[in-house]
Design a protein around this ligand. Structure first.
Ligand SMILES: Cc1ncc(COP(=O)(O)O)c(C=O)c1O
Length: 433
């Protein structure tokens, strides 16, 4: 692993470093991690001294324990400061500063995202969130009456709503497959998809990582399956991007949409859409764009006046992400998950709706306890301990019911121990009536 000077000279990083007026913040945020040499990610993940500076790089309220980082993440101080500076600058002379100075800088961010994702920058659109990215794909695909889209019951509700609306409006047919929970058999998932594809199937929608259970999907295999039949796959990467260490070619997909305010720790209201170059023309943007832009990825950014500050501060989030190192971040997320999950699993009433095996999950996991109302448990954890979790329940598929636990790189082992102690107390004493 690089020292700070080497790190700042990386091409993906160097483009942001000069614009980053907060070098001391970067220094203190990355501190110990910058000098970890060539140690394996798993070894660094288990070294608490390496993570102390990262924990302090966030301004989270430590009187609470936030275990819902999967919903939306806080940004590190470095990103917050950059965001605020740009917001101030945008308000000094809005039209000139927004459109003449800040907007053109977006191209650096596009380049940085493309390098991290492993695509060309002309295939990356900067959006406001995963919903916008994916709705461009789901509503913009040319589908007619009777055409089928195959997806799963566990895909994100808003994305399913987009498809259901198309069913009502355009007469498409949406097939939602059920999936085993947890699933440690990719062959079974691929078999279910294969069996569902038919003559009229025109599109597949899958998650990279399912948000309610943390299940990693066999994206590349489903993409291969689809490609053999000429069916493109839209990948919902809301929980995959900047959480798992991967590149576009590992998935080989044609469409990938993600938020950046989840695992990249960019400002709220930031997202990314990847569309393979050859497919840009065929996809209609959500907001109308000029015919001249048909092959231009920027046609997905024609949303009218919008703030530049969050979008440009994706740059600092990229800097922070590269500073941690994608492989070390993934390893740390798994380490944190194992820390709480393996302790609680010692009690035979505790189960996970998530596999603990490396290829099937990472930092997001879903917990279930025999004989306990998980919705009430969530309320109790908050009211009694100020521990914030997510209840997964109806109308989501019944076999996914549980508490979703998503720590983040800033979460301390002590916080996870306090969470475990709270659950252990409930296991002993039950929930208050
Ligand atoms: C799997 C998945 N897809 C899409 C989204 C939508 O993300 P956003 O609300 O940032 O658009 C989420 C949000 O939690 C998600 O978990």
């Amino acid at each position: 692993m690089p020292n700070r000077r080497e790190f700042l000279s990386y091409p993906a990083v160097a483009m942001f470093a000069p614009a980053c007026a907060s070098a001391p913040e970067l220094d203190s945020a990355l501190g110990a991690l910058a000098n970890m040499g060539e140690r394996a990610p798993e070894e660094v993940a288990a070294d608490e001294s390496a993570w102390r500076d990262i924990q302090q790089a966030f301004t989270v309220d430590r009187s609470q324990i936030n275990l819902n980082n999967g919903g939306v993440s806080p940004a590190p101080r470095l990103v917050q400061e950059a965001h605020k500076r740009r917001l101030d600058f945008s308000n000094e002379n809005s039209a000139r500063h927004l459109w003449e100075i800040l907007e053109p800088q977006k191209e650096h961010v596009r380049e940085g995202l493309a390098r991290l994702f492993g695509s060309d920058k002309e295939e990356i659109a900067i959006t406001r969130n995963a919903s916008e990215s994916l709705e461009n794909c789901l509503l913009g695909a040319a589908l007619g009456r009777g055409d089928e889209v195959v997806t799963t019951e566990q895909d994100y509700p808003r994305m399913l709503t987009a498809l259901d609306q198309r069913a009502r409006r355009d007469g498409i047919v949406v097939r939602k497959l059920s999936l085993p929970v947890p699933c440690e058999d990719f062959d079974e998932i691929v078999r279910r998809f294969e069996a569902a594809l038919g003559e009229r199937t025109k599109l597949i929608l899958i998650c990279h990582v399912i948000n309610i259970t943390g299940q990693i999907m066999p994206v590349r295999r489903i993409v291969e399956l689809g490609r053999r039949r000429g069916i493109p796959v839209v990948v919902d990467g809301a929980h995959g991007f900047a959480h798992l260490d991967f590149r576009r070619d590992d998935l080989d997909c044609d469409f990938y949409g993600t938020s950046l305010h989840k695992w990249l720790f960019a400002p709220h209201g930031t997202g990314m859409l990847y569309v393979r170059r050859e497919r840009i023309r065929e996809l209609w943007p959500l907001f109308a764009a000029d015919a001249k832009q048909s092959d231009d990825i920027r046609k997905f950014e024609e949303i009218g006046t919008h703030p530049a500050a969050p979008l440009l501060s994706i740059g600092e989030a990229l800097l922070f992400h590269h500073g941690i190192g994608p492989a070390r971040k993934e390893a740390r997320m798994r380490y944190l998950r194992d820390h709480w999950a393996k302790r609680l699993l010692r009690n035979e009433r505790v189960h996970l709706n998530t596999s603990l095996r490396r290829e099937y999950s990472c930092g997001v996991a879903n917990l279930r306890i025999d004989g306990l109302d998980m919705s009430k448990l969530r309320g109790h954890l908050w009211s009694e301990y100020k521990i914030y979790t997510t209840y997964i329940g109806p109308p989501l598929p019944a076999q996914t019911e549980g508490l979703r636990i998503t720590p983040s790189v800033y979460t301390t082992l002590d916080e996870l121990d306090r969470f475990c102690e709270a659950i252990e107390t409930v296991l002993l004493e039950g929930l208050p009536a």
